[in-house]
Design a protein around this ligand. Sequence first.
Ligand SMILES: *Cc1c(COP(=O)(O)O)cnc(C)c1O
Length: 418
Amino acid sequence: MHFFKYKKKELYAEDVKVKKLIELYGSPLYIYSHKTLLRHFKAYNNAFGRYPHIICFALKANSNTAILRIFAKNGGGADIVSGGELYTALKAGISPKKIVYAGVGKTDDEIRFALRSKILMFNVESEDELKKINHIAGEMKTKAPIALRINPDIDPETHPYISTGLKEHKFGIPIEDAIQYYKTASRLKNIKVMGIHKHIGSQITKISPFVDALKRILILIEELTYKGVEIKYLDIGGGLGISYKDEEPPVPKELAQHLLPLLKGKEMTLIMEPGRSITGNAGILVTKVLYLKQGYEKEFIIVDAGMNDLIRPSLYGAYHRILPITKKKRPDTFADVVGPICESGDFLAKEREIPEVKQGEYLAVMSAGAYAFSMSSNYNSRPRPAEVLVKGKEHFLIREREAYHDIQKKARIPAFLK
Ligand SMILES: *Cc1c(COP(=O)(O)O)cnc(C)c1O
């Protein structure tokens, strides 16, 4: 459910014509719908009702400060994976007491920064990391709150690149070794065990992997309780999918209906780390048709957004719906929608059935609110697009379009070359 709809053949973001935004802010342009963002955030918050819970939005899906502030103002927390994300989350006004920190490669500086900031907990992914955090907390004369990220060995049945909870993955601690790790953690002087964490993958479109993983984790929690390890926070990660094409993923309410009965009578605070399912369908990327080119075997629609702006098609072969911002009565053609980057892998769509377009017209790449701008780069020295937030009839620039001088800002020429 989102609020990008046609009215009289014109695509609107809420009550604003997309064409108008392009005229004001230029192309390519990321556009987000405030109403959609809020609706999706609240869908999670409401689904779990009175069971104590914190919705920790996964910053890696979208780290725009203004968007994060929407969640912060509605009681949201953050799931972070780096010092940069911690910095951004705090800037956005997210309470450190609602920040959880995952990732297999936390550096000493990042650990110090998180300890200084007094985050809710580190989601620890290895024994080395556990010992490192203990050591640094000792130096800082404090105790580090931690959960262990447990790998429940559940197949989320999603794309291999975004599946994380199987034995073969680099993430987490194998469930068989969990008790041993918790024993170690409990013995460390500067570690305070707070909870348990799991995250099995992304773009999951079924309920069963969530249920199966939770069941395994709950058995483990019982064992831990029996052994005297108290688990206050149960962090079940993110991963709920969205509809890019014809997927029919469950909504948070359905997920809650299956998970809450398992948690009945258990006094813990539930943490969820949704990313994609909150922002994915709340954003679009609008791009201009620069050229049409008849290749040997197919037609190319060359647009002004490339893999540096939206890498998901190139990286995962991901499907994004592509729609004209003004509907015309034209026959369909088959074409590759490609960007200007000098890579054959630079495409937004392959062999796509799409109504004919003309040079100078605009296309909207749908479902571009997650893992889109946050994965963008300056490859080919391309300034990154602007981001705009639409709220009803109003629109706000929430990130300026980069300029050439932004790309050069950090470059230095050594004296011997001057
Ligand atoms: C990526 C990630 C998430 C968010 O995943 P989505 O599929 O976007 O909901 C949550 N937790 C962790 C640890 C992650 O790495």
